[in-house]
Design a binder for this molecule. Structure first.
Ligand SMILES: *Cc1c(COP(=O)(O)O)cnc(C)c1O
Length: 392
């Protein structure tokens, strides 16, 4: 019996042979990274993927996901962060200082605006909201303090598809950095960098995870200097991600294109069906004719292009908000909840008037946002049909 069981167990010399191969990547987890000698410790380089420095700054597992997401987005560098919102915050905190201004689309992801109204405002960074459907409005708002313009296609919840290239063009002409939130497109519907964006972020929480059980974000770039700047902030803020969560996303990624298509097909089928329903004033789905920005979607994604499994429905004004709430409550397969991209279909009623600039929202009825999961579309349609009964 050894007299030092703990030391022997911790320092057991066996190492498995190199060369093991399996369909899924191995999962490395670390806070501490062990260096071979003092020279290696002193030569550590957190900027690049040549080696390892500390668990927070990367492991073989996180590097692997970063490289795959960079490829998915047609970028060259990628940073993983603990949520989609952290990806937005990483960009804002890295590129903005007191006295600067950031421009956000009026239909931006809500928490991005909340960050601008909260911490950014508190730190002396101002923001303005521009009409994402009107490049001239964006151009008018760009001023000497403007450092960063956020883009999103389509707008969160209200689903207007903007003239993305024209918006980016207006910024590039003035030398202003652009950041695209590409969560909806997931790197599949269109190429954000080809549109001219400098930075592309995604909530990997949505389709790349695909399970409704992981929170993660990414910040993708094509410019090394910009990447290093973002990585510095990432490092100082301590925005690392856990190996088990990375493993989940790595495992889901191969099926991302298939799942995205399935969500898309089912959502279009249900959105078209809603277009024929008498209770509905407007269906908002960029791939459907008559939806705001449909021509922009078609120009960017192609006539037979892809779209996410999301759409919104504006009910006729005659259906009072509390009846629309009752419709949502009556749904059985569609669950009430935020986020999207997982197997479970979701529904959320929104009060859009409270979210938009006064006078900028043309509808009066209640809006409900649907995220179509992976259930059979016929089963989902039957669920919608039975729940619509409560509207009378
Ligand atoms: C969900 C979402 C985010 C934030 O992602 P989290 O991981 O939930 O923080 C950011 N942008 C868009 C467009 C989203 O839909």
């Amino acid at each position: 019996m050894t007299k030092q069981p703990a030391a022997d167990l911790i320092h057991h010399p066996y190492r498995p042979p190199e060369g093991f191969a399996a369909p899924q990547a191995g999962v490395y987890k670390a806070s501490t990274v062990i260096f071979s000698d003092v020279a290696a410790l002193r030569a550590r380089d957190w900027r690049h993927k040549h080696g390892y420095t500390y668990g927070l700054h990367g492991t073989p597992t996180t590097f692997q996901l970063e490289e795959r997401i960079a490829a998915l987005e047609h970028g060259l560098q990628c940073l993983l962060v603990p949520s989609g919102l952290a990806a937005i915050a990483n960009v804002d905190l890295s590129l903005l200082a007191a006295g600067d201004e950031v421009l956000l689309p009026d239909n931006a992801y809500g928490p991005s605006r909340a960050l601008a109204e909260g911490e950014l405002h508190q730190w002396g960074i101002t923001h303005q909201r521009y009409d994402a459907m009107d490049p001239a409005d964006l151009m008018r708002r760009i001023g000497p303090k403007t450092r960063l313009v956020w883009l999103e296609a389509p707008g969160s919840v209200t689903m207007e598809f903007p003239p993305l290239q024209a918006l980016v063009g207006a910024c590039r002409a003035r030398g202003i950095t652009t950041a695209l939130d590409n969560t909806w497109g997931a790197g599949l519907a269109f190429d954000g960098f080809a549109c001219g964006a400098d930075i592309v972020v995604q909530a990997l929480t949505k389709y790349p995870s695909g399970g409704g059980d992981v929170l993660m974000g990414c910040v993708v770039t094509r410019d090394e200097a910009l990447h290093v700047r973002l990585k510095l902030t990432h490092m100082r803020m301590g925005w690392g991600v856990g190996g088990n969560d990375v493993e989940m996303v790595l495992r889901s990624l191969p099926s991302l294109p298939l799942r995205y298509r399935a969500h898309d097909t089912a959502a279009r089928q249900l959105a078209r069906w809603f277009q024929g329903r008498p209770e509905v004033a407007q269906v908002l789905h960029p791939a459907l004719e008559g939806s705001p920005g449909h021509n922009h979607w078609q120009a960017l994604c192609g006539a037979d292009g892809l779209a996410a499994g999301l759409f919104s429905v504006v009910f006729h004004e005659r259906h009072a908000p509390d009846r629309v709430d009752a419709f949502c409550d009556a749904l059985r397969l569609f669950k009430l909840g935020y986020s999207w991209g997982g197997p479970v279909s979701l529904v959320v009623p929104y009060d859009i008037l409270s979210m938009r600039r006064p006078g900028s929202w043309p509808y009066r009825g209640t809006l409900v946002r649907f995220s179509v999961g992976l259930e059979e579309p016929a089963a989902l349609q039957a669920d919608l049909e039975q729940a619509l009964q409560v509207l009378g």
